[in-house]
Design a protein around this ligand. Sequence first.
Ligand SMILES: [Zn+2]
Length: 330
Amino acid sequence: MLSIGVDVGGTNIKFGLVDESGGILFQKKTRTDPDRGSSAIIGSIVQEINAMVRQCAVAYRDLKSIGLGVPGTADSANGVVIYAPNLFWKHVAIVPAIQAAFHMPVFIAQDTRAAAWAEYVVGAGQGMRGIAAVTLGTGIGCGMVIDGRIFHGALNTAGEFGHQIVELNGELCNCGRRGCLEAHAGGLAIVREAGKRISGVGELLHKDISSVTVSDVYQLAQQGNAQARNLTDGVVRYIGIGLVNLINLNSLEMIAISGGISNAPAQLLLDPLIAFVRGRAYEAISEKVRICKSKLGEDAPLIGAALLHRAGDRGAPRCKWRSEEKQTVS
Ligand SMILES: [Zn+2]
């Protein structure tokens, strides 16, 4: 059997035809253009799925399900995107709309949780009981699978890893609060700090200061620039604090790391992060927890979305998420 995975991002929407072992048989992507509104985006998702099925010459009866990964808080039980700031969506009932077009089961999860599900079912977390998939990019996110189930939390907001406070009264975060991990160690924070703390960063890189990237900063650190190295050491410290908190609270066996920052040289990120966690996590688990780079990488949300039918649940069924509020496709 095959399934369809759809990874809805703020910039692109990725579509994939996925087999039961997580292999992607066909993949394509289109622009999201969030400005056009949720109805137009849902309409084009339906169109693109139909086009992909035709192009791959697959019979609908051979398709098990459609799964959606979305960049925001999703109510998996009711098939509703509660809040997705990158899409400008609030209370969008996407699952009923897509289900009506295809007459097959449609599942939804936050993209980070879909990624964690992929790691658990076909990735580095197979056979384990508690794992997390952490994304280190422009934003910092996390999904968890605990005791074989995707952990949604009672209010569907579990795993807001990037918004744990690591500095009281620290930098202002996109969420409106101060001192969040994302505001100190996310991609935007690294670039912001590079402009402030690396003397002549533009001249060193022969480019305008506004186009400095995270990988530029890591390149300077690797070349021995002490200020860049100080910055990347700070990133390890902040993310390390975040991981220790995550592991201590949730008793996790494995953490798979993905996202743009995870491509930093191992001696500047992954190796010192592992050392930080070994030295500071609760003793009973610090030696046992495995921290690794995700092999599924940026395909994890797509693969996990396609395999959501194996999750055996549709989220937190008791959570009606303000069912009195109107759930509309705007
Ligand atoms: Zn925040």
